[in-house]
Ligand binder design. Structure first.
Ligand SMILES: [Zn+2]
Length: 95
């Protein structure tokens, strides 16, 4: 089974979206959990918790330019980056 973004349980990942695993760093991890589940953080965090690249600001990535130019296949997050972008439902209509 393919991995999917954990934000609101949406599996919206596609070829233009990379998935990023929950970081180990405690402080950064807390920010991710707050973003994913807001005030309803699960007691048992799934071992594989993924957030797709749509939820990060451009500045969170180390190699966004390379990815856009086709030199990189996978986006790399800065180690202290955390998700903050919630794509609106209306933006899901890109063709
Ligand atoms: Zn997502």
């Amino acid at each position: 089974m393919a991995n999917a973004c954990s934000v609101f349980g949406r599996g919206e990942a596609n070829r233009d979206t990379s998935l990023h695993l929950l970081p180990k760093d405690h402080n950064t991890r807390e920010k991710w959990l707050q973003f994913i589940w807001s005030d309803n953080v699960l007691e048992n965090i799934p071992a594989k918790t993924w957030v797709c690249s749509k939820h990060f600001e451009d500045s969170c990535f180390l190699n966004l330019e390379q990815k856009r130019m086709g030199f990189a296949t996978k986006l790399i997050l800065k180690h202290d980056a955390f998700p903050s972008v919630l794509p609106g439902v209306a933006t899901a209509v890109d063709s």
